[in-house]
Write a protein that binds this ligand. Structure first.
Ligand code: NI
Length: 158
């Protein structure tokens, strides 16, 4: 496993569409492991493949307190949402900043897991927010496009 370089805002790869994944390969399995390691190393709760320069529909998420519940989503689709939450959001590709974004408070996602088997996840609050944020990355959308008001400097703890 290896820590990959995280692309930063201004890098045009972050604004590109991604491609569906059709088969698991050793190369893709390594990418998943590297993305998890990169996310944990950066103290993030999610990372999308374009953030490490790969235009594929793959995200990893872990919102658990002990960072021990990794979620791997291949070709994820949001199939249901409800409610609303408004709160500060940040992104490893926009270091040191955060901004207020409104997201659904409940999200249901269908995807494939790392064995290319169908999975369905539901999330509320932070998990719902993370799923929306990461899936946005797969369409080349950064949260800064959705911010209400101004981006501000994140507190050191964020
Ligand atoms: Ni992000």
């Amino acid at each position: 496993m290896a820590i990959r370089k995280i692309r930063k805002i201004g890098d045009s790869i972050l604004n590109k569409q991604t491609k569906e994944i059709t088969e698991m390969t050793p190369r893709l399995a390594s990418l998943i492991d590297d993305m998890l390691e990169t996310m944990y190393d950066a103290d993030g709760v999610g990372l999308a493949a374009p953030q490490v320069g790969v235009l594929k529909q793959l995200v990893v998420i872990d919102v658990s307190e002990n960072a021990d519940e990794p979620m791997v989503l291949i070709n994820p689709r949001i199939v249901e949402t409800s409610g609303e939450q408004t709160g500060d959001e940040a992104c490893l590709s926009v270091p040191g900043k955060s901004g207020k974004v409104t997201r659904p408070n409940f999200v249901k996602v269908q995807a494939l897991d790392r064995n290319m088997q169908p999975v369905e996840y539901t999330g509320t609050e932070l998990l719902a927010r993370a799923m929306c944020h990461e899936i946005d990355h797969l369409s080349g959308v950064l949260y800064v496009e959705r911010v209400e008001g101004e981006l501000h400097d994140a507190r050191a703890s964020e």
